[in-house]
Write a protein that binds this ligand. Structure first.
Ligand code: ZN
Length: 139
């Protein structure tokens, strides 16, 4: 799961970085003058034209998920994954250094619920295994 998750994060990061060659190009906002609704980058370059779409709501969603936000999400996800790294992965001694209950070792609890929840963010991506779903989730 960790290898797959790192691959997903690498792909998201690479796609966000490829969308613009500097911070201004990766920070998007909505310009809506009541006639046209466009998504522009911080330098004023048009990212999405209004040609009957997007709607204002769609434009807001696009801007809220700009490359700058994706890079921040990826950085936070990497930090969470690193904090909940699995000790002795793929062994009967596997455990999460943060979540592990030292009074009741259970290698099946690795990856921990936090890592499973993190991976579940990307459940629609190819390669996600339903068996990774955190306990109690709808899958
Ligand atoms: Zn953990």
């Amino acid at each position: 799961m960790i290898t797959w998750l790192n691959g997903v994060l690498d792909q998201r990061e690479a796609t966000a970085n490829a969308s613009g060659d500097n911070a201004d190009a990766r920070c998007w906002s909505v310009i809506d003058d009541g006639i046209d609704c466009r998504v522009l980058d911080a330098a004023g370059e048009v990212i999405v034209h209004d040609e009957g779409s997007p709607t204002r709501e769609q434009a807001d969603h696009i801007a809220l998920n700009d490359p700058k936000q994706i890079l921040a999400d990826v950085a936070a996800d990497r930090a969470i994954a690193a904090e909940h790294a699995i000790e002795y992965p793929d062994t009967e001694f596997a455990y999460c250094a943060v979540c592990h209950d030292h009074d009741r070792h259970d290698a099946a609890a690795a990856p921990c619920r936090t890592l499973r929840l993190l991976a579940a963010k990307y459940a629609t991506w190819p390669g996600y295994q339903p068996s990774w779903a955190p306990e109690g989730s709808r899958g």
